[in-house]
Design a binder for this molecule. Structure first.
Ligand code: RIB
Length: 330
């Protein structure tokens, strides 16, 4: 099926001009209209009516769906989105979905019924997701994973996790435990893949007994630390899939009399502001959270303004920050 880009190429004009011709033909020169008409006819192009409808009325509001408003990583992403939205003269309507599909449905519907002009989703896409914004509805996923079927912004979670675990291996750790997020969260899946890749390359066998499932929240990190303390042959290092759980785990281990990093090394993921002030300071992956928000909003406004989006999968660079919480095993 021909796309607007094919028509633009055939007519020798920009996609913006084609789209203008479809929604406001009076704003396009007669000469260009003739070229566009000929290209449409030749390619049998059928414009997406929903997309056309979108361009005809603006609400100057975008919806941002967040699965957990208390998570500091998400707060930074939202701050990035908000600053771009302000520059564009848009309001941000925050949808705290608490990971509920019903709530998501309501917010998506707001955009589909034109109560808002576009949507940024902060929950990473899962293959089992039945809910997706309809084609033609401007939507971006701001913190996604590898296989997202619509425009998304992310870091290389697999590569970042592998780097963290390589660091622990290079310090001499062989028994490296994990505190994961919920097992079906795409970020948990990607980060687990990076963990396993690093172990495999170092010829260390994967041991599921030392992987404890958390939920990216503080309390799950604390409870996982207690479980590790009860193990006879405790790991000498723990790869935590976010800073919140890492900081909680440090608290749990310290309360049980362990010294970090002497008795156990801890790593996080996110680089929350507080991670450079906790004692010991946390070795972690610094995600460009604010930039991820900004880039998502820029992409969304490009879609709203019908500018062409050439790439769907936007991968931003991360940094691996080595601080005091990691050291060689005793
Ligand atoms: O779902 C929460 C986690 O996923 C965050 O802490 C961040 O790591 C994000 O990728």
């Amino acid at each position: 099926m021909a796309t607007i880009r094919d028509v633009a190429k055939e007519a020798g004009l920009s996609t913006g001009t084609i789209s203008k011709a479809l929604s406001h033909p009076e704003k396009v020169t007669k000469k260009n209209l003739v070229k566009i008409e000929a290209a449409i006819k030749k390619l049998n192009y059928k414009p997406n009516m929903l997309a056309q409808k979108f361009r005809s009325k603006q609400s100057n509001t975008i919806v941002v769906m967040v699965p957990d408003i208390a998570n500091l990583f998400f707060a930074k992403v939202i701050s990035g989105i908000e600053s771009v939205a302000q520059q564009e003269g848009y309001n941000v309507l925050l949808g705290d979905t608490k990971d509920s599909a019903d709530r998501e449905k309501d917010f998506i519907r707001m955009v589909e019924t034109r109560l808002a002009d576009g949507l940024v989703n902060l929950r990473p896409y899962k293959a089992s997701d039945s809910l997706l914004p309809k084609k033609g509805v401007p939507a971006v996923n701001a913190s996604s994973s590898i296989h997202t079927p619509y425009c998304s912004v992310r870091i290389d979670n697999v590569g970042a996790a592998e780097k963290v675990v390589n660091h622990l291996i290079s310090l001499g750790h062989k028994k490296i435990g994990v505190i994961s997020g919920l097992a079906d969260n795409p970020h948990s899946v990607d980060r687990m893949q990076g963990y396993k890749q690093a172990l495999a390359k170092a010829n260390i066998d994967f041991d599921p007994q030392i992987v404890i499932e958390g939920d990216f929240n503080y309390w799950s990190g604390l409870s996982a630390a207690e479980q590790f303390c009860q193990m006879k042959d405790r790991p000498t290092a723990i790869f935590c899939m976010n800073d919140e759980m890492a900081i909680a785990a440090m608290r749990g281990f310290i309360d049980k009399g362990l010294e970090i990093p002497g008795d156990i090394s801890i790593t996080g993921f996110d680089d929350m502001d507080v991670s450079k002030y906790v004692v010991p300071t946390l070795t972690t992956v610094s995600q460009p959270a604010e930039k991820m928000g900004e880039r998502s909003a820029e992409l969304l406004f490009n879609m709203i303004q019908d500018k062409p989006i050439l790439v769907d999968d936007h991968i931003l660079p991360y940094e691996f920050v080595i601080r005091e919480s990691t050291a060689p095993p005793r």
